[in-house]
Design a protein around this ligand. Structure first.
Ligand SMILES: NC(=O)c1ccc[n+]([C@@H]2O[C@H](COP(=O)([O-])OP(=O)(O)OC[C@H]3O[C@@H](n4cnc5c(N)ncnc54)[C@H](O)[C@@H]3O)[C@@H](O)[C@H]2O)c1
Length: 333
């Protein structure tokens, strides 16, 4: 019989509480407790039945094999270090750190200490995306021509230390690299600050992924929450709605020429959009399972891709900052 994995959650905020809830229900895992510097967060954890510690050191002293780091991104590196130094396996929330340099330092520290490290790119475990990724990998779309991702919605007031690209754009950059298995190159970027004054709150990027053109729109402005991905290949098209976990496929087809408008409309309506079977599930539960398997010795996803997401986010930010006055209406009249 395998021994239980003893785990702690650091940061009982918006996402930390979902980690804690899932871990409590997971077989073979003992959730030792949570650590949070905020008394109100500790009170909330205790009210939910968790043991709450005021410091990482106290959680470490309670004896853990693994930890989830769910503090604000700019604190990931500092908070994680103490755990690495005590050889505790880490699941660090995306985007690993707030800068590529900090992420690199954290990765190297874990590698030197032989500490397993996973980055919490939870969308990879969205069952609709997993289905489409396997479908694409099996060649069903042929050669990939383009991918288009939209991740838009209103500003989450709790995020104060990351731009829209570093906080949410990184999900789609990560997915583009993960699906195409290619090194990403930034082609162009535009964006700006519509409501915030200290960091980007809207951005659109165009990337090249070994011949596949990837466009990503991320903002905290659109009053409707959208999280979707479209992929077009030479043999068809797939669409993922991350929120409803619906995956669809349309095989490549040609429309018969017609001069009748109703006939034309009918052809589009009857276009073959097939829903791919998806076993709906909370993505975080699957992510945590993969992490626990890794703590037990299975191979973990390469944390190196997290660096690629931050590299592109940083390059795009630099381009946008340079271009921030470049949007000029050709003919404002
Ligand atoms: N994977 C996802 O989809 C997803 C979703 C949301 C957030 N996140 C990531 O999770 C991280 C946390 O985001 P959030 O929205 O939960 O933030 P949050 O502000 O809601 O919660 C952070 C918590 O960390 C605590 N904290 C701060 N410093 C600490 C320290 N030194 N030790 C212990 N606790 C400390 C705070 O008191 C707070 O309770 C961010 O990196 C964010 O990017 C990921």
């Amino acid at each position: 019989m395998m021994e239980d994995v003893r785990i702690g959650v650091v940061g009982y905020g918006a996402i930390g509480r979902h980690h804690a809830r899932n871990l409590r229900e997971m077989p073979g895992v003992v959730l030792v407790g949570i650590a949070d510097i905020l008394p109100s967060a500790r009170d909330a954890a205790e009210a939910a039945g968790f043991r709450a510690f005021a410091t990482s050191a106290a959680l470490l002293d309670a004896g853990i094999d693994a930890a989830v780091i769910a503090v604000p991104s700019s604190m990931h590196e500092d908070v994680a270090e103490e755990f690495v130094d005590r050889s505790v396996a880490l699941l660090v929330e995306k985007p690993l750190a707030h800068t590529m340099l900090a992420a690199k330092r954290l990765m190297s520290r874990c590698a030197r200490a032989g500490v397993p490290l996973m980055v919490g790119y939870v969308e990879r475990y969205n069952p609709a995306l997993e289905v489409v990724r396997n479908f694409v990998a099996d060649g069903n779309l042929g050669r990939l021509i383009s991918m288009s991702a939209r991740r838009v919605g209103v500003l989450p007031p709790r995020i104060r230390d990351a731009s829209v690209l570093v906080d949410i754009g990184v999900h789609d950059i990560d997915i583009a690299a993960w699906i195409t298995c290619a090194r990403l190159n930034l082609l162009c970027a535009q964006g700006g600050m519509a409501v915030l004054e200290d960091r980007l709150d809207f951005a659109t990027l165009m990337l090249d992924a070994a011949g596949t053109v990837v466009s990503i729109e991320a903002n905290w402005i659109t009053p409707v929450k959208v999280r979707e991905l479209s992929i077009t290949g030479t043999n068809g098209y797939c669409h993922v709605d991350y929120m409803t976990q619906v995956a669809t496929f349309a095989p490549g087809q040609s429309f018969a020429p017609t001069s009748d408008y109703q006939e034309l409309v009918k052809q589009y309506e009857e276009g073959t959009l097939i829903q791919l079977p998806v076993q709906k599930r909370e993505p975080l539960a699957r992510e945590l399972e993969v992490f626990i398997e890794g703590v037990r010795g299975a191979a973990l996803p390469n944390p190196g891709l997290a660096l690629a997401s931050l590299r592109i986010a940083e390059e795009a930010t630099a381009v946008i900052n340079r271009n921030s006055h470049a949007i000029v209406l050709a003919n404002p009249a």
